[in-house]
Design a protein around this ligand. Structure first.
Ligand code: ATP
Ligand code: MG
Ligand code: MG
Ligand code: MG
Length: 480
């Protein structure tokens, strides 16, 4: 069995042979030409049906969205749009489209809004757009494993159910095996969540970092790549309650090594997609260009999608300290004229995505790596710098996205780490295992987290994170 991608890619060998293809009907023109697609590629194969050779009932039942198995001869096509066509000799209808029901779905061939497509997430795989997006997502995921493998990293799986809260941002989903008839309650009658997982308080992981660090302290270079959960109730276009995070953790690396790794990594994955997803990117590029035309001229992207990706991998990312960034923001026209929703008042302010995007899109017009953030606005595990005020943190900011990667050099000094934990009210006893790694042969180390979906937004030109994950989990979206 061959996919349509294989058939189209290698058609010269197949000329004048009989082959079998299976797929879904995208269009049936003039009762003669079927555009058949099997999901392996954005391209359809053209099937020619000479109706005198077929039973009328078969022809009648070939409709958009029905599934077919066709055997026929491959010939060179005279038409412009394709290299080959298949002259059908045998057609089997695998699945009817129950046509009236089909008309109410996104399979109906017309333009559907992204909202409607989202409501039918289970059917949108059949559209060109989502076929392209999810093929690119798959390729990028593969490239991520390939990059780390080539760089001698080991793939580690960190737990989904954990007692650790790496970020301390209060965004955790609890995990419970409560018997609903016997929910444990405290003396006030409130649910006693401290007992939810067989008598231990646990949650779904918000990051595999702390556990990955312990693995790096034995295996040197590791990465995790798994589902991550955050009870984000904010309904933004950049946050999901369930997303996929890639987290490398490297022993003996410092902040600069970490930034270099993040830059090489992003460029590798983007380069891989450019090289291996040409047809899908071409389609997404056209869509992106169409979208831009709908916008007022001043808001239009200066580059096409492919051009943007090519340019990003050519240039070195700007590297800017948090302090420099604050100066730029404080002195910006936007800040002075009160254009930011959250005006920047002084050093120490946490940056919002509007500020990140100002730096990237307006000021530097380049991806930017910000580093050395105030310790108060970053997590407890980040390494304290000599100034005692900042930590060796880094965020990679991308145009159209804002933060795509967050990382840091980790605090490897036991005493400094303990003081930090006390200051930030992180329980030492709960993290005894984490502290152990600082007791027996502690070494400098660093790592980062990339949200896969944010990278896929960037490479596909999509603008809502719900449209780059097959089944988005957001506050109002957990039906299937
Ligand atoms: P943000 O500031 O955008 O909320 P964060 O600083 O909370 O992100 P980190 O804890 O640094 O995120 O996580 C590392 C990366 O994971 C982020 O840079 C981002 O790419 C991704 N990420 C974080 N939260 C989400 C989310 N809710 N949905 C999708 N991706 C996310
Ligand atoms: Mg966040
Ligand atoms: Mg952030
Ligand atoms: Mg972050």
């Amino acid at each position: 069995k061959q996919t349509i991608k294989e058939i189209l890619g290698d058609y010269k060998k197949l000329l004048h042979h009989d082959i079998t293809v299976q797929g879904w009907v995208r269009a049936f023109r003039s009762n003669r030409f079927i555009a058949l697609n099997d999901g392996s590629t954005i391209n359809n194969v053209q099937i020619v049906v000479d109706f005198e050779n077929f039973d009328e009932n078969v022809i009648k039942n070939i409709k958009t969205a029905s599934s077919l198995k066709i055997t026929g001869e491959v010939i060179e096509s005279e038409g412009k749009g394709q290299d080959i066509e298949i002259i059908a000799k045998k057609i089997t209808i695998l699945g009817d489209n129950f046509s009236e029901e089909m008309e109410k779905t996104v399979l109906q061939p017309k333009k559907h809004s992204l909202e409607v497509l989202r409501d039918q997430a289970h059917l949108r795989f059949r559209t060109n757009l989502f076929g392209a997006v999810f093929r690119v997502r798959s390729a990028a995921s593969f490239a991520i494993h390939q990059f780390f493998n080539q760089n001698h990293f080991f793939y580690m799986n960190t737990p989904i159910i954990t007692g650790a809260d790496a970020e301390g941002a209060g965004e955790m989903f609890g995990v419970t095996n409560f018997d609903l008839n016997q929910i444990p309650r405290d003396e006030n009658g409130d649910i006693d969540f401290a007992q939810d997982f067989f008598g231990k308080k646990t949650n779904l992981t918000v990051s595999g970092q702390l556990e990955a660090e312990t693995a790096a302290m034995g295996l040197g270079r590791v990465y995790t790549f798994g589902p991550t959960f955050r009870a984000e109730n904010s309904n933004t276009t950049r946050h999901l309650a369930e997303f996929w995070m890639v987290e490398p953790e490297v022993a003996f690396n410092n902040l600069e090594d970490n930034i270099d790794l993040a830059e090489d990594f992003l460029k590798y994955v983007i380069g891989y997609v450019l090289e291996n997803c040409k047809d899908d990117l071409k389609f997404l590029d056209q869509r992106f260009t169409e979208e831009q035309k709908q916008k007022p001229e001043k808001d239009r992207a200066k580059e096409g999608l492919i051009e943007k990706l090519e340019n990003v991998i050519k240039k070195r990312f700007m590297r800017v300290s948090y302090s420099e960034a604050i100066e730029i923001l404080l002195n910006s026209k936007e800040n002075k004229k009160g254009k930011f929703q959250f005006p920047i008042e002084k050093w120490g302010a946490d940056l919002q995505s509007e500020h990140e995007r100002y730096l990237v899109e307006k000021h530097f017009e380049s991806p930017v790596v910000l580093f050395d953030y105030p310790k108060e606005i970053k997590a407890f595990y980040m390494r304290l710098n000599e100034d005692g005020k900042t930590v060796a943190a880094m965020d990679v900011l991308f145009p159209g996205i804002g933060e795509i990667i967050g990382g840091s050099q980790r605090e490897e000094r036991l005493d400094v780490l303990k003081t930090k934990m006390q200051e930030m009210h992180v329980d030492e006893h709960e993290l005894w295992w984490y502290l152990d790694t600082r007791k027996f042969g502690s070494v400098p180390h660093a790592g980062f987290g990339l949200g896969l979906e944010r990278l896929i937004l960037f490479v596909t030109g999509m603008t809502n994170i719900r449209d780059v994950i097959p089944f988005p989990r957001t506050p109002k979206n957990a039906e299937f």
